[in-house]
Design a protein. Structure first.
Length: 347
């Protein structure tokens, strides 16, 4: 499926650090790292207590079950899709991360966990992607969250991919900076120099540099400085995700229960998850993913066909509808990891 990534959004290998929707990926890695390394039972207990305070999204899925894609069967039945949503600062927060109606999703990512649990595929959807939002007509995908909260965002993504979303997480930017600082900062190899709009006076030069939490947040949020806007932001977010994974998987971090506890504590106050996702589920999945390493995590962007302007004058990202059937089949057949490898090889 070479069309999975077109020229404006081509995957850059090796994939570097990433962004908000990956919160749940980071949580999973953190939990299984603690469990797999045989940390004291009290550490796992502490993790459970931390997640006991995580907000729950009471109504995360569409109410009309018949309107959703069919449940996967056969070999793909145990594969899982996590939808990760991050709301931007322009939304009106009521104090609850879970209550996202009226906000727009600044980050939209699907994390596909295959049935064999040997890899993870992280699929980014540009926030300005133009498509049909059920009940509202054509709009940017980011508007789904604003129009109908998490259930409508789920329904819109499911309609795009033709596969079910199994779990949902909503994340706040504050946890991103906190997690970076817990890890002692991250190293990124910045491909494009720019001046940050979200951190006054800060310029990010091209090349390798060490970022603290505040700097990493500004790096991940930037889009105005780039000629291709959201496309470069997605690439930078993927760079950051990879850097955070590298930081989490350092021996000094994995072998330190206190640090791993700090990771969980940094994430949990800034995270909301669907009511069907329990701590037991996270720990179990973490154990199942114990053999996954940084090189087993693949990043790519949904197929796009460049940018354009909508009939009402909005700047939009055009989806590559001709390439989408292959992507949908990869989701349904649980062959996404193989497709990602083909994209990277073509890269």
């Amino acid at each position: 499926m070479r069309e999975v990534q077109n020229v404006p959004t081509r995957h850059q290998a090796p994939p570097p650090p990433g962004r908000r929707a990956w919160w749940i990926v980071l949580v999973l890695f953190g939990v299984f790292a603690v469990v797999v390394l045989g940390a004291a039972a009290v550490t796992v207990s502490n993790v459970s207590r931390s997640f006991g305070s995580v907000e729950k999204i009471s109504e995360a899925f569409p109410a009309d079950e018949a309107a959703r894609p069919p449940v996967a069967t056969g070999a793909a039945a145990s594969a899982m899709n996590f939808l990760l949503l991050g709301s931007d600062s322009r939304g009106v927060r009521t104090g609850s991360i879970a209550d996202l109606i009226g906000q727009r999703s600044d980050t939209i990512v699907i994390v596909h966990v295959p049935a064999d649990r040997q890899s993870l595929s992280v699929v980014s959807i540009p926030r300005d992607s133009w498509l049909e939002i059920p009940g509202y007509g054509e709009a940017k995908i980011t508007a789904a969250l604003s129009y109908g909260g998490v259930p409508l965002a789920v329904q819109t993504v499911e309609g795009l991919l033709g596969s079910r979303i199994d779990h949902v997480a909503a994340v706040d930017f504050a946890g991103f900076a906190a997690l970076t600082d817990v890890l002692g900062g991250v190293d990124i190899d910045n491909p494009v120099a720019f001046e940050a709009h979200h951190l006054e006076g800060r310029t990010f030069p091209q090349g390798v540099q060490h970022l603290n939490g505040t700097e990493a947040l500004a790096f991940a949020r930037e889009r105005y400085a780039f000629a291709d806007g959201d496309f470069q932001r997605v690439r930078n977010q993927q760079l950051l995700i990879s850097a955070l994974l590298s930081g989490l998987m350092r021996t000094s971090v994995l072998a330190n229960p206190a640090t791993m506890g700090g990771v969980i504590e940094a994430v949990s106050p800034n995270l909301a998850i669907d009511g069907e996702l329990s701590v037991t589920d996270l720990v179990s999945l973490g154990v199942e993913l114990r053999d996954v390493r940084e090189g087993d995590v693949g990043f790519f962007t949904i197929p796009t066909a460049g940018t354009g302007t909508s009939a009402d004058g909005q700047s939009i990202v055009n989806l590559d509808w001709a390439a989408l059937p292959a992507l949908r089949e990869a989701f349904r057949g649980d062959t996404l990891a193989g497709e990602v490898r083909q994209v990277q090889a073509a890269g």
